[in-house]
Design a protein around this ligand. Structure first.
Ligand code: IMP
Length: 199
């Protein structure tokens, strides 16, 4: 931490005005990802895993996660959308961009921002298993177990268990905004009303 950094700098960050509560701070995220990376490093020693992020939400997570894994690895990205606009799952999963690498015989680690109903990952796991990877595991930063509709297999790593809040930040959005919030926060209810009026 820069000792000269302004401790009140976040007050100038306009996104914080829309946040009711910081649920998980930047420091907590950093510390937990260091632990996850170290664990993955132990579990995959001697292997060359492929870490796959689901865009857009997991883009920020994968960037920090791969830098915490002390192994050679490759990265790939998949575009998948399960939500239209708003805060409720539509249950419809659409692949908007496929992987560039072949995963046959590879040890796949899916870096996911959050597991909510489980619909997105259940669908995706079924699809990726048909490509015959050597193994496949999920590393999710957040887990909202209370809202699970379909149990997701092979969740090997969970950053934080959270209660049933709609959260934003660290890649997670509300109508495409808030992804650049550096922590995980809960929106003020007034934001939903305002955005509904604006959109
Ligand atoms: P699931 O299919 O319901 O498990 O939803 C997974 C996807 O929904 C995540 O990858 C997110 O993109 C989105 N999502 C679920 N919960 C939240 C939330 O609290 N905030 C923002 N996005 C969420």
């Amino acid at each position: 931490m820069n000792p000269n950094a302004n401790p009140n700098a976040h007050l100038d960050h306009e996104i914080y005005r829309d946040i009711a509560e910081v649920l998980i701070s930047e420091e907590q995220i950093r510390a937990r990802i260091a632990e996850l990376g170290a664990q993955i490093g132990k579990d995959y020693r001697g292997k060359l895993p492929i870490v796959v992020a689901l865009l857009k939400g997991s883009g920020i997570f994968i960037a920090d996660l791969v830098r915490a894994i002390p192994l050679h690895l490759t990265m790939d990205f998949m575009g998948i959308s399960s939500y239209g606009a708003g805060t409720k799952s539509s249950g419809v999963v659409k692949i908007t961009k496929d992987l560039e690498e072949t995963i046959e015989g590879r040890h796949v680690i899916i870096a996911e921002d959050i597991i909510d109903t489980g619909l997105t990952l259940s669908y995706l796991m079924k699809m990726l298993k048909q490509r015959n990877p050597a193994s496949i595991k999920v590393c999710t930063l957040l887990n909202k177990q209370a809202r699970r509709l379909l149990e997701v297999e092979n969740v090997g790593y969970v950053g934080f268990e959270i209660d049933d809040h709609f959260v934003v930040g660290y890649g997670l959005d509300y109508i495409q905004k808030f992804r650049n919030l550096p922590c995980i926060g809960v929106l003020k209810p007034s934001v939903y009303q305002t955005f509904q009026v604006e959109n």
